[in-house]
Design a protein. Sequence first.
Length: 162
Amino acid sequence: MANEFAYDDAWIREVSKPYANRIPLPKVPFDAWHQWQSSNKGRMQLWFWHVGTQTQSSLMLTSLALHAYKLDHGSYPSSLAQLAPAYLESLPADPFAPSGTFKYRRIGNKYLLYSVGPDGKDDGGKPIYQSENFGPGDTESSYNIIEMGSTGDIVAGVNEML
């Protein structure tokens, strides 16, 4: 029984780390309970969904702060740093990045706000696009984030968790 608890404790320690700093999870003990209860793949998928939801929530909160800033100042800020502490207590970290906050650029009267996404690479705000998983003309659904291996960035207002 101690072996099973050790596995669960190790798994919890690893998934508590930022997604970008993950390491391979401990091997599932070969006992009936753990084999039945879950697989590493299933647990990884749950972890991915949690991090994705956390990312979407933080992007939404940051977007709201950007809009509040614009209402007060007439334009979006030149950097996210201008949001703290007046509009956000602190800037949220990008859960998919090894370190740092979301990426942001003001573009005329608009802005681009994004996370580096599951691949951990900054693609300059190019959104995740899953054309191979959807039929022709299904462009709205094709921007859903559906896989841990998705490439591209999670762009506020474009990508969403499926």
